[in-house]
Ligand binder design. Structure first.
Ligand SMILES: *Cc1c(COP(=O)(O)O)cnc(C)c1O
Length: 360
């Protein structure tokens, strides 16, 4: 039996994708082998790589002035790759601090000698808000502005794209990329670990404007160097072939379900249903300011926190899994990525109402 999996990551994948992967696991495309057993430099895999990039470009309408990279090391490797590729040691960069993940990006940039200017910090609201557009203290001489459009743990999402003028905007879109259409040309660089909305962990997508290439520090490890990776089709070394393959099936799945506009409509409906149920009860509570609530990650708590372990047990028994909040913040959280169907959210809402009826 498949459960409804609300994990924040690694997260649910579309059932159709898993079934296709299973059907061709031992004989991929008539090769007599699984996709994991073929050479990444062979014709079949090279074609997969090209087609998957073309599909991603078409889904996101990525302009031809951007390179698309399929890298390893997850989003966390990009916390280091961004400063290594875009700054000289000691150069200044702006970071917006809206929670756990932007905090980790800041820490890594400082380790690498970036003079980090925290251009906004939402600590005052305990990271339940995003800065107002006019409140950003941006440095016009910064090498880039880094932010996290969707904070996966706090469930806080920017309802706008910051205007950084001529300074390139860098976005960690790990938990939001492919959830809706975006305007890629607003960004200098977008990166996203795959295990939220794209595919298996380990793979990380990077979409970088060609104007940001060729400025890496000389000591940048080759596998983190955008220019070298772009020149080698992301295959300077052996890529994570199985993860890449699953991501390519996910791109096809999105395409066949109406593309990103359709994903956005579904995701909005799912989020509205769950927030409506939480707000309409005196029993559950979401701490995030309404204007910046995430469509993807919905943290919530019980007014009677002592009931949370019981709720988690009963939910799991009812086939609703991974509802625990991140270990750093506790409480509960439901992640509603593309692969989580509306039926899952309907089942969750019905469960929450019934739980409240019995314990409220
Ligand atoms: C999950 C996540 C990360 C970390 O991803 P790893 O692949 O584990 O390195 C970074 N940023 C955001 C916004 C995330 O959701």
């Amino acid at each position: 039996m498949r459960v409804f999996n609300f994990s924040a990551g690694p997260a649910a994948l579309p059932l159709e994708v898993l079934e296709q992967a299973r059907a061709e696991l031992t004989d991929w495309g008539g090769s007599g082998m699984s996709v994991m057993e073929v050479s990444h430099r062979g014709h079949a895999f090279t074609e997969l790589a090209e087609q998957s990039e073309a599909r991603l470009r078409s889904l996101l309408a990525i302009p031809s002035t951007y390179r698309v990279l399929f890298l390893q090391g997850g989003a966390s490797a990009q916390f280091a790759a961004v400063p290594l590729n875009l700054t000289a040691h000691g150069a200044a960069a702006d970071y917006l601090n809206t929670g756990t993940w932007s905090g980790k990006a800041i820490e890594e940039a400082r380790r690498l000698g970036v003079a980090v200017n925290v251009a906004a910090d939402e600590a005052g609201s305990r990271y339940t808000t995003v800065p107002a557009p006019g409140a950003l203290r941006l440095n016009p001489a910064a090498a880039y502005v880094h932010y996290t459009p969707n904070e996966t743990i706090g469930g806080v999402e920017f309802p706008y794209v910051p205007d950084t003028g001529a300074v390139p905007l860098v976005a960690d879109m790990s938990s939001t990329l492919l959830s809706r259409p975006i305007e890629v040309s607003r960004f200098g660089l977008i990166y996203a670990g795959a295990q939220k909305n794209i595919g298996p962990s380990g793979l990380c997508l990077v979409i970088v404007h060609e104007g940001l290439l060729a400025r890496a520090r000389p000591e940048t490890p080759s596998v983190l160097d955008y220019t070298r990776m772009a020149a080698h089709g992301s295959m300077l070394n052996t890529p994570p072939t199985f993860a890449w393959y699953i991501a390519s099936l996910v791109f096809q799945w999105i395409e066949s379900h109406g593309g990103l506009a359709a994903m956005a409509a579904r995701n909005r409906a799912k989020a509205e249903l769950l927030y409506g149920a939480i707000d309409g009860s005196g029993f559950y509570r979401n701490p995030v300011e309404r204007s910046c609530r995430s469509w993807m990650n919905v943290p919530f708590m019980l007014e009677r926190a002592e009931l949370e372990p019981l709720l988690l047990r009963e939910a799991a028994a009812a086939g609703l899994t991974h509802l625990e909040g991140h270990r750093s913040v506790g409480g509960l959280r439901a992640s509603l990525y593309n692969a989580v169907p509306l039926a899952a959210v309907e089942a969750l809402v019905a469960f929450l109402r019934e739980f409240e009826r019995r314990h409220g």
